[in-house]
Design a protein around this ligand. Structure first.
Ligand code: UT7
Length: 326
């Protein structure tokens, strides 16, 4: 049976020029490289310049993805930006990006706030719109400037986060409806607000008119992250009708190498097949998965036809997974 699939036709990424190492951080708060690298696997992260915004990073990532896809900007008929650090409270960063990219006026543009699961959420929305025939070519971005909501005096959080943007372009293409099709084969998203306060900003428009700073009860998040990331993969694989043994690459949300190691063990996938960028990106929330994917494409790691499993977990809590054959 012929079906419409959302094929991944291009990816791109942008990291700010400034790199902050663990040694740099040890001069700012009471910490050290040994603690950060053994507890998290992070060695460095990129930090946006004072005037560098989420839309700036998104724009550069989008240009690279458009170039890699070999399309004209005006072929994009939907743009969605997953972020918790938008340029402005409103309008959507996606609207600013659409204007800057010179997309056809009228092209729908929206942001989605699902924290670290944002790229999976945004991809599900784009995939559904493509499969319904509402749009043909979707630009899906995960982008963050978390440094701007980081309390640089709090060693519990400031060592963890980084800035960056990743972009993916999905285009409608015909498939046979089986797991050999190229494109998104499944997506699954979840949320549970009962642990809202374990990872949140202490500010917000309607509570105190501030953007606030990131607060995290690391241990609570750690406990939930592992089963959530496992569930995201297992459920999306089941929906796609594929087995873990067929997966060529696993791209997890990049928060902590210990979490990634433990999830890989539970999924019984070798770490050789797991994409790890947390060491040089830190945790970039919604940007982490598209950044890891775009970097892997650029490094020639992924081959046409590879089966990629993805899962994410973050504030909300939100979590989910998706399976793509590239
Ligand atoms: O992106 C969404 C998903 N996010 C996550 O998945 C993050 C999940 N959580 C984690 O990755 C970990 O819980 C952390 C990396 C955040 C923390 O690691 P931990 O092993 O849970 O450490 P901890 O919070 O229990 O802290 C252990 C000790 C504490 O000292 P005491 O109370 O034992 O004396 C902390 O005060 O380490 C201390 N500590 C630090 N020491 C040096 C906390 N931060 C630092 C630091 N440098 N930066």
């Amino acid at each position: 049976m012929t079906v419409i699939r959302s094929q991944l036709i291009g990816t791109g990424y942008k990291l700010p020029a400034k790199i902050l190492t663990n040694d740099d951080l040890s001069k700012m708060v009471e910490t050290n490289d040994e603690w950060i690298s053994t507890r998290t696997g992070i060695r460095s992260r990129h930090i946006a310049a004072e005037k560098e915004t989420t839309s700036d990073l998104s724009y550069e990532a989008a240009l690279m993805a458009i170039k890699n896809a070999g399309i004209d900007n005006r072929e994009i008929d939907f743009v969605i930006v997953a972020t918790i650090t938008p340029d402005n409270t409103f309008p959507a960063t996606a609207a600013k990006l659409a204007k800057r990219l010179g997309l056809t006026p009228g092209t729908p543009a929206m942001d989605v706030n699902a924290a670290c699961s944002g790229f999976v959420y945004a991809s599900q929305i784009a995939d559904n719109m493509i499969r319904l025939g509402q749009v043909k070519t979707a630009l899906v971005i995960g982008a963050e400037t978390l440094s701007k909501i980081t309390d640089w005096t709090d060693r519990n959080t400031c060592v963890l986060f980084g800035d960056g943007a990743g972009a993916a372009i999905f285009r409608a293409a015909e498939g046979n409806g089986d797991s050999l099709d190229r494109g998104i084969l499944s997506t699954k998203i979840y949320a549970d607000g009962s642990q809202y306060e374990h990872l949140c900003s202490d500010g917000g428009v309607s509570c105190n008119q501030q953007a606030g700073f990131i607060h995290m009860d690391g241990k609570e998040v750690f406990k939930v992250a592992i089963p959530s990331l496992v569930q995201g993969v297992e459920e999306s694989l089941k929906m796609a009708g594929v087995d873990m043994s067929e997966v060529d690459w696993y791209v997890p949300h990049q928060a902590n190498l210990r979490i990634i190691d433990s999830v890989a063990k539970k999924l019984e996938i070798s770490m050789d097949k797991v994409v790890v960028t947390v060491d040089h990106h830190g945790n970039t929330s919604a940007a982490s998965i598209p950044l890891a994917m775009a970097e892997s494409f650029a490094a020639g790691k992924f081959k046409k036809g590879d089966l990629i499993a993805i899962s994410a977990m973050g504030a909300g809590f939100t979590w989910g997974g998706m399976v793509i054959r590239i």
